[in-house]
Write a protein that binds this ligand. Sequence first.
Ligand SMILES: [Zn+2]
Length: 72
Amino acid sequence: MWLKVLIFGVVAFLIYRFFMKKNKKVESSKKIDAIEMLQCDNCGVYMENKDAIKVESKNYCSNECKTKALKY
Ligand SMILES: [Zn+2]
């Protein structure tokens, strides 16, 4: 009898953890959506608005991308 209770407890714990993980993922993706994301004009990488290097009307993820893009 105790074995059934133990198995039930483990299964319930796993289901609980599964749903907790799902909820956390949904929360974090919502947070990412709230941040304004900009695409690097050179390599296409996405970065936060505050991390972007802005040159004229274009955005770059790093100084390397900025210099590469301006060369060509
Ligand atoms: Zn880049």
